[in-house]
Design a protein around this ligand. Structure first.
Ligand SMILES: *Cc1c(COP(=O)(O)O)cnc(C)c1O
Length: 433
């Protein structure tokens, strides 16, 4: 078993054997899959096993793995050099392309990760407003930014470490949290604290407590309360951007934030992310303004090449229609199967992303999500894995359909989900996790 022996080796020189916590399979148990290669909708592990992939590198691979056009663009781009630490044409083109999808991002800065984009947006919001407090959503995940690791989802949710060690209490105190989809709580908090709040940051469609669609009007309320108090509204669209619509959740729901964070799909699988928004706010950034922000590899030429390729593909309406149709058929198939079999689960979805929660109750916020039976999820995960389907290795994550998933593959996936669920709920099915 190559994965097993690599995992053993990895643990000697890498903390927990991984470079990002959820990869360690801690919440589902067992040996993490070591991936050797990927193509289209599939991953291959070091043991030569093939998996239909719904994790999609946690979202970026909207056109599947290793698409040919991207590979040739990268080969061509790399031959001109991989980093200059100086301005390039590709950065200008990339900023223009992103603006064409997100008109609210009048000016844009590139970063190397979503975490950096969020960290920079928060600093900018504080610098612009002269206020210190930030409001986030319970179970909202915004990367491993110090002040955001308070009631965070994703890895934080999985490991029960909503407050990481190493974060000063004095800093954590400046982060206030409210439950998602609770307009009353939001209004009450802003009524009380509004004038000292620099920004409200949220995933407009949370995907890091599992997928939880917003109630009608919730995002509108978020816009109203922030506008009223002079606080900024930051949409963290690192997952939802280009995913729930080409123009993200802001386009889909018709709510315009002051600042937006993008990542994942934006870089086509290379390290690229961005933040941007109102011109008057963005112009506060150094060197013109007083808010410092920088990055040796920001706007990296190879990452920009990948990003530009993605932007071109996203302009193709036929590709978009294909994705929407694939996801729609797949999810309605999936729902019909669940209804037929009467499993005590809840399928949440938004466009091409979905989470199966192991609770029969509707999931509208983090508290609902946490009522999910994570042990059942672990059994389900492994039942899928052994049948050749790779899901996100945690309950509190989104899964993704790409344009590389074919209709027959998605039909097969639903059959596998059914068999895996039967196994999960059959007696004595406890997996040795
Ligand atoms: C993944 C993610 C981030 C962090 O991005 P990294 O590139 O992992 O640093 C931030 N916000 C959201 C909503 C994310 O899903």
């Amino acid at each position: 078993m190559q994965s097993r022996s690599l995992y053993k080796r990895a643990q000697k020189s890498i903390p927990s054997g991984v470079n990002s916590p959820v990869r360690a399979f801690k919440s589902v148990g067992g040996t993490p899959v070591f991936v050797k290669k990927a193509s289209g909708a599939f991953l291959w592990d070091e043991d030569g096993r093939r998996y239909l992939d719904f994790c999609a590198s946690w979202g970026p691979m909207i056109f599947g793995h290793a698409p040919r056009g991207l590979l040739s663009a990268l080969a061509y781009g790399a031959s001109s050099g991989t980093s200059f630490g100086a301005a390039t044409r590709a950065e200008v083109m990339m900023a223009e392309a992103v603006r064409s999808f997100f008109p609210s991002m009048e000016k844009i800065r590139m970063t190397s990760s979503g975490t950096e984009a969020v960290m920079s947006a928060l600093r900018l919001a504080r610098g612009f407003t002269g206020r210190d407090k930030i409001v986030k959503i319970d179970g909202g995940y915004h990367g491993h930014v110090d002040s955001m690791l308070v009631k965070a989802g994703s890895g934080g949710a999985t490991f029960g470490l909503p407050d990481s060690a190493g974060i000063p209490k004095a800093l954590a105190r400046l982060t206030l949290t409210v439950p998602f989809n609770d307009s009353r709580a939001l209004k009450a908090l802003f009524q009380k604290e509004g004038r000292s709040i620099a920004a409200l940051i949220l995933e407009p469609v949370p995907a890091n407590m599992g997928v939880v669609p917003p109630d009608p009007d919730y995002l509108q309320t978020a816009r109203q309360v922030t506008r009223r108090t002079g606080s900024l509204l930051i949409f963290d669209e690192v997952i939802s951007g280009f995913r729930v619509s080409p123009g993200g959740a802001q386009k889909k729901y018709g709510v315009t934030p002051d600042l937006t964070c993008l990542g994942k799909i934006l870089g086509g699988g290379l390290p690229a992310a961005a933040f941007g928004g109102r011109r008057d706010i963005m112009d506060q950034l150094a060197p013109a303004g007083p808010v410092y922000q920088a990055g040796t590899l920001s706007g990296n030429p190879l990452a920009m090449t990948a990003g530009l390729w993605v932007m071109c593909e996203l302009k193709d309406r036929k590709k978009r229609k294909l994705l929407d149709r694939l996801a729609e058929h797949f999810l309605s198939d999936f729902r019909a199967m669940l209804a037929r079999e009467k499993f005590p689960v809840t399928l949440n979805s938004e466009d091409s992303m979905f989470t199966l929660f192991f609770t029969p109750r509707p999931v509208r916020d983090y508290a609902d999500a946490k009522s999910s039976d994570t042990r059942a999820y672990a059994r389900y995960f492994h039942a899928c894995l052994k049948r050749g389907v790779y899901l996100a290795p945690s309950q509190f994550e989104a899964n993704f359909v790409s344009t590389a998933h074919s209709a027959p593959q998605l039909k097969t996936a639903v059959r596998i989900f059914r068999d895996a669920l039967r196994e999960t709920f059959s007696e004595g099915s406890a997996h040795g996790a």
